[in-house]
Design a protein around this ligand. Structure first.
Ligand code: TRP
Ligand code: ZN
Length: 876
């Protein structure tokens, strides 16, 4: 497929002068083409003269030939939309340079040189939010993956490590705070109301970890003493009005620092650790060395404005970025194909941290729900890729649930096979071997083999094969044993028609229903296409508990009776397996066999879950959640989301009706629990909102009353948002009243106004399309803020009656959005292509309408590299 693009033709480019002017598509970068860079850059000095509309950057690089690379006198410095204002070599202006595309090529005769380049930037006009940009009056940077080349010419690749010294100069009143990586080594006043600060980071790092911040900020300060006795000055920098919402983030930093010492033996390595909250940010947060930059959404939290989920999100992301200091910064990636080396491992580390801070079982159930609702669809669609991809056009498109969440699952499997203690030996070995290096996934695997004593030769397939393996299990009894027959197949994915069997670790137990005896848990390994495993079992009514704790990221198909599922849902000793059996009961009824027997079994399981006094409310709330639409759609060949949604709502109404008394009792009990951030009180709130959604399906008017009461009595955002979400889906007068009141109360808080947009955009209201159109014209809506765009439009892509409206209007709205957003912020625009790529899984009418919109995007002139890549893959 051919998409017209205009090539960039920067001035003064002798190499491009004769190039044909016709449009071309962005080149494919391949993993197998990796070559070490020709030059080393031992030190980098950066001087910034900061002005919102005209910042001057002087970069001074010491370079020397890399003995490990093919010798060449040409130094390629990557740039993106930059012009060199001056090039000096060894202190003298030179002409021995040329532009090749966006890159600056400097010819260097000797072994080592000093190269200086001056560039000029306009941060105020940088709407992509990559490189140096302005946000809410401050200046800040985002360099991962390739944003540094928008600041200065540099070998902008993660295997070139350099020691940075940074001098920042700016207006004292506009930018009283000047921050960069490492430690502050000098500061002082200058003429004309200006001042400067100089920062030195002693740890060599790749350019993607560079950061600076200049702004009028205040700090919450604290201190942490490492196990080795290092005193670390902690500071969280925010706008003045947000200071009161930073205590939870600070607590989280200290918990993360202690936990990484205790569990992974990793200590912090600088005297200062700074975190800055920024309102305009493309992703969640960024692990720049010693200066993490965060989306405000993952820093700010207080009881009045943040839900329980938001509190956990802050804690998890703070930990994630902090953990990168070792898994990412001290040991970084050789190239971007190795992204999962740092992201998969760091997600695993933050998941384990959160498991330790809260209920491990509930955290695991939540993580698996995220994996299945986001990563499984990715793995079965046109954007499927292995956790270590072989090629890309734009690396920003590969910050995916596959690299992050499946990457974490793959490393978790190694941990399961090794056991916790031997896995720790392996990670110690990995960090010791590769400290200060740019490593590969292969290096990690080898450290696990050597440290934990495993043979991972076949396991390496998990890094190269995309797609979610399907495991089929059946059982038969045979004198005192249960014979478990297992089969595995991995479906074809783009570019990978045939798959080989992979090692799949499965924790299993065989219970006996009649005697209610729980079997012992054991770990089995399925590593062939077909395999039989014999498990000791002397009973007569087996219930097979399999993939307990979700030891492997696979789809399980098993022929199982309702009685067996009901037993597992109510009696299994593994909470994950209980939740699994409940999900299976629901999928079976909603997708495969919508009969009364299946519905009754689910009703029984729900009744038992409500009555079970052996579980806490946090788990109860979790167990009461039906599988989401995205996971349900994965279970059908080609589905009608409208019909499936109606069935799901029908089941909710039936459950709300059938168990109404029990549910209202629980609701009343939970509503009497006073507010606290304890697990018990959070659990009570979770049970309340789960129950409210069933009551709303069964009896909207009655539920609206309860919701309005909950909202009136609320002393926290969880209750307030929970109530408003129920009301937003109902066509009742309370809806508008409550939405207006919420808006008035929080109009000055952008993060809460994001919720206000999202609650409406994701509602089950029949007129959601019109509401989103109207919200798009709201004075507080803007395409320039990614949080705001996501809160309106990402939320909308989840609505069966809106996004999937049979007219195709929802698809057109998202395509319109992509076309308008792409020139402003391509990275964020490209994220909206994936929902349009699901056409193969939809019934023919919707599939055609969706494809039509993808084709319309493909035909548009001047698409960004980001959006071009996602559109062409999605049509493919
Ligand atoms: N490395 C960051 C993280 O996972 C991700 C990130 C933040 C990012 N900002 C980005 C990735 C911009 C690409 C572009 O913690
Ligand atoms: Zn990360």
């Amino acid at each position: 497929m051919d998409i017209a693009r205009t090539p960039s033709t920067p001035d003064g480019n002798p190499h491009l002068a004769d190039a044909p002017p016709e449009p071309r598509e962005p080149p494919v970068i391949r993993r197998e083409d990796y070559q070490p860079f020709g030059w080393l850059v031992p030190t980098t000095h950066l001087a910034f003269d900061l002005e919102p509309e005209q910042t001057t950057v002087t970069a001074t690089l010491q370079v020397e030939r890399n003995p490990a690379a093919t010798p060449s006198p040409i130094l390629r410095l990557n740039g993106d939309g930059l012009k060199p204002l001056g090039v000096e070599v060894d202190g003298e202006p030179v002409n021995s340079w040329a532009m090749e595309g966006d890159d600056l090529m400097v010819t260097l005769p000797a072994e080592r040189h000093q190269v200086r380049v001056v560039t000029r930037l306009n941060p105020a006009e940088n709407s992509q939010l990559m490189g140096l940009y302005a946000s809410g009056g401050m200046l800040c940077t985002q360099c991962e993956a390739e944003g540094f080349r928008r600041i200065t010419f540099f070998p902008d690749r993660p295997d070139v490590l350099s020691t940075y010294t940074v001098r920042l100069t700016g207006d004292k009143h506009a930018f009283p705070v000047l921050l960069s990586n490492g430690n502050k080594v000098a500061e002082g006043a200058l003429a004309d109301g200006r001042h400067f600060a100089e920062w030195h980071d002693p740890w060599p790092k790749p350019s993607y970890l560079f950061a600076l911040v200049a702004g009028d900020l205040v700090a919450r300060r604290d201190r942490f003493v490492t196990r080795a006795g290092r005193q670390v000055e902690l500071a969280i920098w925010v706008a003045d009005e947000d200071l009161s919402r930073t205590q939870h983030a600070m607590d989280s930093v200290k918990q993360a620092m202690r936990w990484d010492e205790d569990v992974f033996g990793r200590e912090y390595d600088l005297d200062a650790f700074n975190i800055v909250a920024v309102g305009d940010f493309n992703m969640g947060a960024m692990e720049n060395k010693g200066l993490n930059i965060f989306n405000t959404k993952y820093v700010l939290a207080d009881v009045d404005t943040a839900t329980d989920g938001d509190f956990d999100g802050v804690q998890g992301v703070i930990a994630h970025e902090y953990f990168h200091n070792w898994s990412g910064n001290r040991v970084t990636c050789r190239d971007w194909f190795q992204l999962s080396l740092k992201e998969g491992f760091t997600v695993l580390r933050d998941q384990l941290f959160s498991e330790d801070m809260h209920s491990a079982a509930v955290k695991r159930i939540e993580d698996v729900r995220v994996l299945r609702s986001i990563q499984f669809p990715e793995d079965s669609g046109p954007l499927a890729h292995p956790i270590r991809p072989d090629s890309f056009r734009e690396i920003s498109n590969f910050y995916t649930a596959t690299i992050y969440n499946k990457g974490a699952e793959v490393i978790r499997m190694m941990r399961t096979m090794a056991g916790t203690a031997r896995f720790r030996v392996a990670t110690d070995l990995y960090f010791a071997r590769h400290d200060g290096e740019a490593a590969t996934c292969e290096d990690f695997i080898r450290a696990v083999e050597d440290g934990a004593g495993l043979d991972l030769s076949q396991f390496r397939l998990w890094y190269g094969q995309a797609g979610t393996p399907v495991v089929t299990a059946s059982t038969r009894g045979e004198n005192g044993e249960l014979v478990l027959s297992l089969r595995q197949t991995t479906p074809p994915t783009p570019g990978q028609p045939d798959k080989r069997p992979m090692p799949i670790p499965l924790k299993v137990a065989v219970h006996d229903r009649a005697s209610r005896t729980l079997g012992e848990e054991r770990l089995i390994l399925l590593d062939e296409a077909e395999q039989e495993v014999r498990l000791p079992f002397t009973g007569s009514t087996p219930a097979l508990s399999i993939n307990r704790g979700f030891t492997a990221p696979v789809s399980l198909r098993r022929d199982v009776s309702l009685d067996e599922l009901l037993f597992l849902a109510t009696c299994d000793d593994d909470p994950f397996s209980r939740s699994e059996a409940l999900q299976e009961l629901a999928v079976r009824h909603l997708v495969h066999r919508p009969d009364a027997a299946g519905r009754d079994a689910l009703g029984e399981a729900f009744r038992a879950t409500l009555a079970d006094e052996s579980i806490d409310d946090m788990l109860r709330g979790e167990l009461l959640m039906l599988p989401g639409m995205s996971y349900l759609m994965e279970q059908v060949e080609r589905g009608d989301p409208g019909e499936l949604h109606a069935r799901r709502e029908g089941l909710k109404a039936w459950l709300g009706d059938r168990l109404g008394d029990e549910m209202r009792d629980h609701y009343a009990r939970a509503a009497a629990v006073p507010f606290a951030l304890s697990a018990a009180a959070k659990g009570a709130r979770k049970v309340k909102s789960a129950i409210l959604s069933y009551l709303a399906a069964a009896d909207p008017k009655a539920a609206a009353l309860i919701a309005a009461e909950q909202s009136a009595a609320a002393d926290n955002m969880t209750d307030r948002q929970g109530a408003l979400m129920v009301l937003a889906g109902l066509d009742l007068p309370e809806r508008a009243e409550q939405l207006a009141a919420f808006f008035e109360r929080y109009r000055s808080n952008p993060l809460v106004i994001d919720k206000w947009f999202a609650i409406q955009a994701m509602s089950a209201h029949p007129l959601v399309i019109d509401q989103v159109r109207e919200l798009e014209r709201h004075p507080d809506f803007t395409l320039r803020n990614p949080n705001r765009v996501r809160s309106l439009f990402m939320a909308f892509t989840g609505t069966p009656q809106g996004f999937h409206a049979p007219s195709g209007e929802g698809y057109r709205m998202i395509a319109d959005l992509i076309l308008r957003l792409d020139p402003i912020n391509p990275q964020t625009a490209a994220r909206f292509v994936a929902p349009l790529g699901r056409w193969r899984r939809l019934e023919a009418g919707r599939a055609a309408l969706m494809r039509e919109q993808l084709q319309r995007l493909a035909d548009a002139p001047r698409l960004s590299r980001d959006t071009y890549e996602q559109v062409s893959r999605s049509l493919g």
